[in-house]
Design a protein around this ligand. Structure first.
Ligand code: GLN
Length: 431
């Protein structure tokens, strides 16, 4: 394939749908990929979607990028995202708001919106790289009608990822098919001594693994409040797995309702700590410090560089970690996280894979998103935060349409059992 043709296509798609923050005119390699802009690429601007990093050009490649390049990938560009990954609809963007190629009046989903939109629209790209803290691969995959794999925490190195929340961040793949997602994950996974949270579990070739006759669990809490037309599509794919020879049963994950408050306390506490380094001295945006105290200078740079949602999260996260509130919020959220993990472990004692809707709604119109309060934004993550808190692998696979917009089913497996999620995914795709 001529990579310059793929670069030309990326430019055209960008004009139409605003998918890229930076396009790499001099990309070289055998196959095209796009990378979310919070993953460092040597010599190619990397902003994490924030003005505070508007001029950051890394001098090194993230481990995933290094592995991709070694396997022949040409990095065509860096995709649009919510600032630092803070969002569900890719509207908290300092650069451009990506538009859903299926219907440009609607959101691509967030925060890996540009990567999902690119895979959905491109003729050339089989997959792109995304990242999830609390649903940022599943949500845009479902909204744009592509496949998204969020791997087990620690399976893919985070070296070179600009952190949102270190205990939650995972790099993963958005792809045209389950098999492409499996191929992409096989390339980027594996131990990395430069990331202390990287696991020692040997890398597998997920594209070769196929397991049939799985036991499927359907968590009843994941259907509450879901658009009934979406629930119906998801049930259809569960039934198709059944006709393929898999058995399903209803299961319960009783702590699901505490996942949103627990997630937002943990994620924002970690985020507010991570953002402290952007003080106008070592990274990114800076200005003239003369005549100002450190606090004045620090506040000035951060007021200019951070968007509204980043500022909100700094304030909320700092509050949750404050002496006097720490026990009440942060430590309690960690206890809830442990209960959520226990829910999943109990379920995986009985079933191989859990099947549920990826998102409770189809991709909303921008005019609808404008009316949402910050709390309503956070509530949209109700189906995706628990698997992310538990660090278990989850795969979103398209399973039909509602009002012309794609719907996704998410397939959750136990830690390091990605192959089971993929096997169920093949079943849905072929069902
Ligand atoms: N919507 C969630 C949040 O805003 C998840 C985002 C993500 O996974 N990066 O935190």
């Amino acid at each position: 394939m001529d990579i310059q043709e793929a670069v030309g296509e990326a430019k055209q798609l960008d004009e139409k749908y605003d998918l890229f923050i930076t396009i790499n005119e001099s990309a070289e390699g055998n196959f095209p990929i796009a990378v979310k802009d919070n993953i460092c690429t040597k010599g190619l601007r990397t902003t994490a979607g924030s003005k505070i990093l508007h001029n950051y050009v890394p001098v090194f490649d993230a481990t995933v990028v290094e592995k991709l390049k070694r396997s022949g990938a040409a990095v065509l560009g860096k995709t649009c995202m919510d600032e630092f990954g803070f969002g569900t609809f890719s509207v908290n963007c300092a650069y451009k708001v990506p538009k859903n190629p299926v219907d440009p009046s609607r959101s691509c989903g967030g925060s890996s919106g540009g990567s999902a939109g690119y895979v959905a629209a491109s003729k050339y790209a089989r997959f792109a790289i995304g990242q999830s803290t609390g649903g940022s691969i599943t949500c845009p995959a479902a909204f744009c009608g592509v496949v998204g794999i969020t791997p087990t925490y620690g399976l893919v190195s985070r070296y070179g990822l600009i952190d949102y929340a270190n205990s939650l961040d995972k790099i993963g793949v958005l792809a045209k098919t389950v098999s492409d997602a499996a191929k992409g994950l096989s390339i980027i996974s594996g131990h990395d001594s430069r990331d202390s949270t990287s696991s020692n579990v040997p890398a597998k070739d997920y594209a070769k693994l196929q397991e049939a006759k799985l036991r499927i669990g359907v968590p009843k809490e994941y259907f509450e409040g879901v658009d009934p037309k979406i629930a119906e599509r998801v049930w259809r794919s569960i039934k198709s797995l059944e006709s393929g020879g898999m058995k399903y049963e209803e299961v319960s994950l009783p702590h699901t309702k505490y996942a949103i408050p627990s997630y937002y306390i943990i994620a924002l506490s970690e985020a507010s700590t991570n953002l402290a380094k952007y003080c106008g001295m070592r990274y990114g945006l800076s200005s003239d410090p003369s005549g100002k105290s450190f606090n004045e200078y620090f506040s000035q740079v951060r007021s200019q560089g951070f968007g509204q949602e980043a500022k909100r999260r700094v304030v909320l996260g700092t509050y949750a970690r404050m002496a006097g509130y720490r026990d009440q919020y942060y430590l309690k959220a960690l206890k809830v996280r442990a209960l959520i993990i226990e829910d999943f472990k109990r379920a995986f004692g009985e079933v191989d894979v859990l099947a549920a809707p990826s998102m409770p709604v189809i991709a909303p119109k921008f005019s609808e998103i404008e009316k949402l309060t910050p709390l309503q934004h956070y509530m949209s993550d109700v189906l995706t935060v628990a698997p992310n808190l538990a660090g278990i692998p989850h795969l979103s696979v398209p399973c039909g349409k509602v009002e012309g917009m794609p719907v996704g089913v998410q397939l959750l497996a136990d830690h390091f059992k990605e192959e089971k999620a993929f096997a169920a995914g093949f079943g849905v795709e072929n069902g």
